[in-house]
Design a protein around this ligand. Structure first.
Ligand SMILES: [Zn+2]
Ligand SMILES: [Zn+2]
Length: 275
């Protein structure tokens, strides 16, 4: 499936589509390809109308990725945010959230689009378990539109999705973090890297564990395939759907830094409240 969002399709001009001169320039060729892509997406849009990532109904007006009413139900991260993880701060005195004040953070910094609440949680469940990957078109567009400046300043060399265990990916058919990273990679023009950071084992249920045990458990679940790691990569932007306690990002950051990566950032669609 193309990464393209509705917005990009609208932006494609029909000019030049009929140009068929001999020795077509690479520019013309590229444009022709994108028009073909747009036409195909348009056709797909007619047969399978866009569904709203919040209510699940067909989006009107056509061409949008979310209902104008539903977008108001999303709680965007705003105001003062944690300097480390980007979580909205409940008290405006400190610079860090409770989690980042209490626990060591190996990642350098992160940003998130939405506060994790009932509305965003339900949307993430649809993406993860109900094959509503198309919702990520909206979220990736929003991430780039609202957080593009912050993300650009990170100067990431590659995007790495937080991996799931291969058996889990096979069972589900995809990894939602990778689906998001693919779209962001297309929009931001930063290469996607999926073969370096790997999930080496499934994690056990984490609820009974202390934060330290949880982290240790997680750290052992990730690995870095150093043979696949390009030596030119200094800065990595991790991509995931949800950030809650930060232990997953922390575990990924630790294995990456141990493998010589200098800076590790993250971006997630949702982030849990401060606690
Ligand atoms: Zn809706
Ligand atoms: Zn924080």
């Amino acid at each position: 499936m193309a990464y393209g969002s509705g917005r990009r399709v609208e932006g494609v001009s029909p000019a030049g589509s009929g140009r068929r001169v001999s020795g077509i320039s690479p520019v013309g060729a590229a444009r022709r390809v994108s028009i073909t892509g747009a036409a195909r997406e348009g056709a797909v849009g007619l047969i399978f109308p866009r569904r709203c990532p919040v209510c699940g109904d067909i989006v009107r007006p056509k061409g949008r990725l979310i209902c104008p009413e539903c977008v108001k139900r999303l709680s965007y991260v705003s105001g003062a945010t944690c300097l480390k993880c980007g979580k909205e701060l409940t008290d405006q005195i400190g610079e860090y959230c409770l989690g980042c004040s209490r626990h060591r953070r190996t990642f350098d910094r992160g940003v998130a689009l939405l506060n994790y609440n009932e509305v965003s949680a339900d949307s993430m469940v649809q993406i993860k378990y109900k094959n509503k990957r198309e919702y990520l078109d909206f979220y990736s567009d929003e991430i780039v539109r609202r957080l593009g400046g912050k993300l650009a300043r990170m100067k990431a060399d590659v995007l790495m999705p937080v991996p799931v265990h291969p058996s889990r990916k096979r069972a589900r058919g995809y990894n939602q973090a990778e689906e998001l990273a693919k779209r962001l990679s297309g929009l931001m023009g930063i290469p996607l890297c999926t073969d370096v950071l790997v999930r080496t084992r499934k994690t056990l249920p984490q609820k009974e564990l202390t934060p330290q045990e949880r982290l240790k458990n997680l750290e052992q679940a990730f690995g870095v395939r150093e043979e696949a790691l390009d030596t030119g990569i200094r800065s990595v932007l991790l991509v995931d759907d949800i950030y809650t306690t930060g232990s997953t990002m922390e575990a990924c950051a630790r294995v990456l830094k141990r493998a010589g990566i200098q800076r590790v950032y993250f971006v997630s669609v949702c982030i849990g409240g401060d606690r």
